[in-house]
Unconditional design. Structure first.
Length: 84
């Protein structure tokens, strides 16, 4: 995590700022959990890409989109299943 600051006055507020590498890790873990696969297994690669999302004509920026590509070597997955 990049920075963490917290204040406590009748309520607790925490603000965490994640750099792009931490954010990629968080998104990769969430996608792996959603797909029902274990994050970081051998023969697996998770590529996370962030890009600007636009709409309208002329296009204007409305936010950031995240594209996640998961590749698994099925031979590694089968071998790991036989071992475990």
């Amino acid at each position: 995590m990049e920075t963490l600051s917290a204040n406590e006055v009748h309520q607790t507020t925490a603000r965490v700022r994640l750099d792009h590498l931490s954010l990629k890790d968080v998104v990769g873990k969430a996608v792996a959990e959603h797909l029902g696969i274990r994050y970081g297994r051998q023969g697996q690669s998770i590529n996370v890409t962030f890009e600007e999302e636009t709409a309208g004509s002329p296009p204007y920026r409305i936010g950031t989109r995240c594209i996640v590509e998961v590749k698994q070597d099925l031979m590694s997955v089968a071998a790991e299943a036989e071992e475990g």
